[in-house]
Design a protein around this ligand. Structure first.
Ligand code: NAD
Length: 232
């Protein structure tokens, strides 16, 4: 299971880092909640377009690559991410379960019809109108206070119940319900491994805490698993 930290070395800021510079005056709830969007759709739109621009310049880092490699090495492997970027897919991971949606997809805030963004709309100061109902278009991501896609959560929880090990990478463990997945896995008898430069709620319950950057630790881990596989 991955969070924003796995993309930090690709230059994509984590939520904490994204609150710097231009956007430091605002808190995450103001910029990523239905209430914030209702209050000031233009502000939220501009923040998301800024983030989209950053993502387009980002490339996968060795941590993303190692996770794609681990999937090839393991008999069964499910990648669950809270990230809204597409760096796992770009690194070659297949079947990524996105718990929080994608920054590259848009939908109507009222009728949920998908919306294909034009270049002009991207550069605009406020969100476009839905072609079907005329309401505002929003990013197709899960905001604070919103429910997660139930099918993705169900699949992730089922995997947590039956897995032998869960590798938790670059997540603060503060965002519910993703934060519960390692706990479900641990209760079901799995080994929990946390990879993060900072200790936090997940490392506190993990069986193994690998302290450091995922771009440095995960390639070593993938190499060790490859050696085990080949008896090296
Ligand atoms: P978070 O910002 O709350 O926490 C990031 C975690 O990553 C922290 O624990 C930090 O110590 C760790 N970290 C920082 N650099 C790291 C590195 N090099 N290697 C490994 N770990 C590192 O992020 P979260 O837990 O994912 O949850 C917050 C929400 O933010 C999620 O809902 C997510 O959708 C959203 N978000 C996504 C992206 C993205 O898609 N790339 C970026 C920012 C925020």
């Amino acid at each position: 299971m991955t969070g924003a930290g796995v993309s930090a070395e690709s230059g994509v800021p984590t939520f904490r880092d994204a609150q710097t510079g231009l956007w430091s005056r605002f808190n995450a709830e103001e910029l990523a909640s239905p209430q914030g969007f209702e209050r000031d759709p233009g502000l939220v739109w501009r923040w998301y377009m800024w983030r989209l621009g950053q993502l387009e310049e980002a490339a996968p880092n060795p941590g993303h690559g190692a996770l794609a490699e681990l999937a090839r090495l393991c008999e069964s492997f499910l990648l669950v991410t809270q990230n809204v970027d597409s760096l796992h897919e770009q690194a070659g991971s297949a079947d990524v379960l996105h718990l929080h949606g994608s920054l590259f997809e848009f939908r109507c805030a009222a009728c949920a019809a998908p919306h294909h963004l034009t270049e002009g709309e991207r550069g605009a100061d406020s969100p476009p109108a839905c072609g079907l109902c005329g309401d505002l278009v929003r990013p197709d991501v899960v905001w604070f206070g919103e429910s997660l896609p139930w099918d993705a959560v169900g699949d992730a929880a089922a995997a947590a119940h039956r897995c032998e090990a869960v590798l938790v990478v670059g997540t603060s463990g503060l965002v519910y319900p993703a934060s519960q997945l390692p706990l479900i896995a641990r209760q079901a008898g799995a080994t929990v491994i946390d990879v993060n430069p900072e200790p936090g709620p997940i490392s506190a319950v993990a069986d193994i805490f690998l302290q450091g950057k995922s771009g440095e630790i995960l390639p070593d881990l993938a190499r060790a698993v490859a050696d085990l596989r080949t008896g090296g």
